[in-house]
Structures are given as C-alpha cells and as structure tokens.
Design a protein around this ligand. Sequence first.
Ligand code: NIG
Ligand code: FE
Length: 412
Amino acid sequence: MKNTLLIKNIGLLQTPVGSFSHKGAQQGENLKLQQAAVLIEDGIIKEISQDGMLPIGGEEAETIMDAEGQLVTPGLVEGHTHLVFGGYRQHEIPLKLKGATYLEILKAGGGILDTVRHTRQASFDQLYQKSFDFLDEMMALGVTTCEAKSGYGLDLENELKMLKVVKSLDENHPMDMVSTFMGAHAIPDEYKGRGDEFIQMLCQDVIPVVAEQGLAEFADVFCEDSVFDVPQSRTYMECAKAHGLGLKIHADEIEEIGGSELAGELAAVSAEHLIAIGEKGMAAMAKAGTTAMLLPATSFYLGKTFAPARRMIELGIPVAMASDFNPGSCPSLNLQFAINLGYLRYKLTPEEILTAVTINPACAIGRGSRVGTLEVGKQADLVIWDAPDMEMLCYRFGSNMATQVIKKGMLV
Ligand code: NIG
Ligand code: FE
C-alpha cells in the first residue's frame, strides 16, 4: 500500500527549473503554476497539476491538504551553517559595540577560539541535543535540507565528535544533513604561531580519518587575513581533494587576500561570504563555475557591506544564499531573513532569490538531483507559505511566514 498525500488549492506553485544539471538552474528562471495541486507518493512527487485540475488518482490520496490558495515552493536548502557548537558568545557584543572588530576579538583568543574551548568541553550528547533543537527551529522556518560544518574542535578527537553529531542528526532528525569538515577554521591555542604545522597535522592525521570514516562530503577552510593564507589554504584543499572531499572555502569575508581566486583555480564547488571580492576573484569563479554562497545576515551582523550579488549574476556565477548560523558572526538560523536581505540589499528579484535558497545551494552541497525544485520524481520537500507570492515573502520580515512544512511527503 503506497503512502499518498495530495496538496490541493495551491494559489501559486513557484519553483526553479532545470535542476538536473550539476551547476544549478539559470538564476531566476522560475516556473509558476496557478491553481495547482501536487500528488506525492511514498515521499516522491508523482504529479503536478495546474488551472484547478487535480492529478489523476488525487482524490483517493490517503491524506488531502488544502493550501488555501497560498504560495507553495520547494523546501528551503540551507547551504552553510556552523550548526554544532558549545556555549554562546553574547559576552563579546559589548566589546564589539565599543569598536573591537571580529578579527581583533579572534586575535585576542576570543571569537572562534572561545567557542572551541566550550565545544571541546561539551559531550557528544550535549552537542547533539542542542543541534537537534536548532534543526527543529530551522524546519519550522521552512528549511528541509541543511549543511553543517565542523571546525570548533580543531583536533582529531573533537572534530570527529562534531562530525558524528551531524551524522546522528541526519539519521534521527527529519532534516537531511550534509556534512563539511572544517578543521581549518582557526589556529588553536596549542599551535599558536605555527599555522603551517597545524595544516600539516590536519592533512596527515585528520583528513584521512574523516574521509575513511565517511564523515564528511566536503572540506572548507577559513582563508582570511591572520587566519589561513592562500598557500596554507591551497595545501589543505589539495589534500582534501586527494581524499575525495568536495571543496569549499570561506573567501574574501573581511579582507580580499586571494581566496576567491584560489576557489577558481581549484574549481571549488563553492566559495562562501565574498563580501570583499573584486573583479579578479569573480572572473576566476565564473570561469570555474564555482557557486557564490552569499551570507547576507553576516554582513548585517558584522556591520559590513554586502557582496556584489548582481555583478556575480551578470558574470554567470551561480548565486546561493545561506544563513551562516554560528555563535559569533551570525547567531541567527533564520533563512527567511536572508531572503529579506537578498531583496533589499543585494537587490535580487524574488525569482533569483528563490533560486538562491533552493536549487543553487542544493547543487552546491551535492543534492541538486534530489531536492531544490518541485519536479516529478524529486523528493517531496515543500513549504506552504502564509503569503500569496514570493514578493510577499521578500517584503515581510521578522515573522515566520512558513505555515506548513512537508518533508519527504510528511507534515513536520
Ligand atoms: O562564516 N568566518 C569564519 N567562520 C564563521 C564564523 C564562526 C564564528 O565566529 O564562530 C563565519 O562567519
Ligand atoms: Fe561560515
């Protein structure tokens, strides 16, 4: 007996199209169906109808949901988080308000290093429960697939602990998880002043174990002034690649030191942040087909400028947007806020924004053929919004606009 769900009375079904290529859909190319219905069978989209018609067999579906004339889109795909961490960093805000910069706080042993201390102290169960609750919150906000990075352990034992938390979450929470190894997130205290040796240690002792145990699909590095320079980032990424991991890089977040050019050179799947990117970096990324994973809520929280998203689209770079949820530069997991900022600050169209929070991040985390669009044969991850169209979602902010979230054909 098949498990069937019919969602009827969808005022507007909007989805990117052309998802089965590796690089994502044409930015902003959306299909819009009026008066639509979706029939789901065993968690997979079986049929989509429009103009008030119902899919064949729709009326016999086990469960029938009424979308009450509202907007339905694919479930949001969160392509960049630092989901698993011990402690919080609210005590840094007064320093920040007095003028201390993000990198100054890090150089003084706070920032990421503060979170490393708390994450090392935390047990697997504590980290698991905290992250599980975050995923509940994210899902209620419309996210159905989530990438998570390690990078607050910075030694073999604690990096593995973080990655195992992500693996367990994938097994036990309805959210689909994608795991990224980010051992090169900061130089830990015990390697202070010895960044090269730390990278060597990651390459010799950690990456091979992570890869062998299948604990990550991607590797990421914080290529930044006074963190890891371009040669160190290159060594780490080449090693990760040799061990079969896909490449990501935190590039040009604060200073433009060449991270986006390196992303292009190594044909990384994505480069993240890119607030300070210049024409050279964009040219390299465009040439390599590297996705720009933009994190507008981090620009907001750090009080920085916003990445040149429009220019990237002009150059044909696939643009994705994510929350960057982490305890320092962006303590919000609300991807709906990134939608608002994408509209108001990047000045993307509602169609470009939908592409940027569904199929483009899905492709950047290796899930483009399974999720990110609403098409027959794809996983039935979708959201019914308290909005008639994408314009409303882009315009309203601060409220949760998701009314129903459906994951693999089940209401969550
Ligand atoms: O993407 N920049 C590096 N990593 C995170 C921040 C992590 C933290 O501050 O804890 C980011 O902004
Ligand atoms: Fe990040």
